[in-house]
Write a protein that binds this ligand. Sequence first.
Ligand code: ZN
Length: 137
Amino acid sequence: MKLSHIEHIGIAVKNLNEAIAYYENVLGLKCYAIEEVADQKVKTAFFMVGQTKIELLEATDPEGSIGKFIEKRGEGIHHIAFAVDNLPSALTELEEKSIQLIDKQPRKGAEGLNIAFLHPKSTKGVLTELCEDPVKK
Ligand code: ZN
């Protein structure tokens, strides 16, 4: 498996608009996209820092995974996402190494990326996402 860079860092927030104001007014970044991902029950906002994105995640349903995360642990870093050049073969390799996969097959994430999550039990406590850009940049 070949990881090229940190694609994004996912950060759970209680209030997307307040968080956007912080990233824009304090850190001086510019929100370039807001997207609702209905099947993950989240609304996301994206910022670019170099080639890495910050993905803010606000729950649209308290019973969704971000809603439960905030309830249990409060706001903070939720996951780290690496860019990988071949996601299906990376998942096969990880399974061979007995890494617990949340997604055994790639699925569609925000921004049209193919994504898959690895279980934090197998990744030293960090919810890990792998992303493959179907349109290579
Ligand atoms: Zn993500």
